[in-house]
Design a protein around this ligand. Structure first.
Ligand code: ZN
Length: 259
């Protein structure tokens, strides 16, 4: 079984480190900065086997060159549908990445919306989801579309509920604050907010969450729930015809009025 641990970067990014006890190779996900990764790997005596990239944004790819300078044999995997010059293995949804040294494999899922070609890696009960699903929220729509991100989140919601979701930012408390605007009476949300606030006060990450927790308390995963549909329709002042319309209203509401 592999360990998945965070390497904090910038103000609120997590670069996920995949390692296994007794093996001196490892992989990292979305290294936006090489410095904290080099420091951590050297302190643990680890060699970098692979870099997994979810999407093109600089805070996810900026450290690739610096890591390759130290570990030239590390293989750089990432989305075929995004313009990232430093990729070596270009992946499509349905592909599989085998990290032989670590003894793990991941299925590649297409999850566009935040960007046009965003992918996620799914395996061993874990989803490495970049900026698509956040704990308590989701990414903004930049170079993808609202419909794409709505559909991607619906498909993520069909993964087993015990799946641990490793997103790339610590945004959880702010996200849960917006979630409480949408569903002020959601008891699961209230319990989660108390738990996650305590984690932050102890200096601990709130990530990973589980898909089951997201389905219970993240409004962007609950666009089929009557209370969420009503709140989004009230904000948009219109009838929302389908889940994509509910999603668009929620995402626009948060962007305009919350943060
Ligand atoms: Zn991003």
């Amino acid at each position: 079984m592999i360990d998945i641990r965070p390497i904090p970067a910038f103000d609120d990014n997590y670069i996920w480190l995949l390692s296994r006890a007794g093996y001196n190779g490892c992989a990292v996900v979305d290294p936006g900065d090489e410095d904290p990764v080099i420091e951590r790997l050297q302190s643990e005596g680890l060699t970098l086997d692979a870099i997994l990239i979810t999407h093109k944004h600089g805070d996810h790819v900026g450290g690739i060159g610096g890591l390759k300078a130290v570990w030239p044999d590390a293989v750089v995997y990432g989305p075929a549908g995004e313009p990232i010059r430093t990729l070596e293995e270009r992946l499509h949804g349905g592909d599989r990445v085998e990290l032989d040294g670590l003894g793990v494999g991941f299925d590649v899922l297409d999850v566009p919306g935040h960007t046009e070609g965003h992918i996620a890696y799914y395996g061993h009960g874990a989803l490495l989801c970049g900026d698509t699903l956040f704990a308590g929220g989701c990414g903004r729509v930049f170079s993808g579309t609202f419909d794409q991100l709505s559909d991607s989140l619906i498909r993520i919601g069909r993964l087993p509920p015990e799946t641990r979701a490793y997103c790339a930012h610590e945004y959880t408390l702010a996200n849960l604050g917006f979630a409480a605007w949408v569903e002020p009476g959601n008891a699961d949300l209230e319990a989660r907010t108390g738990r996650d606030r305590a984690r932050r006060e102890r200096g601990e990450p709130t990530v990973p969450s589980t898909i089951g927790e997201e389905l219970a308390s993240n409004p962007f995963m609950r666009t089929d729930q009557a209370g969420v549909i009503a709140a989004a329709g009230n904000w948009a002042d219109s009838e929302l015809a389908d889940r994509a319309a509910v999603f668009r209203a929620l995402r626009t509401w948060k962007d305009k009025d919350y943060d």
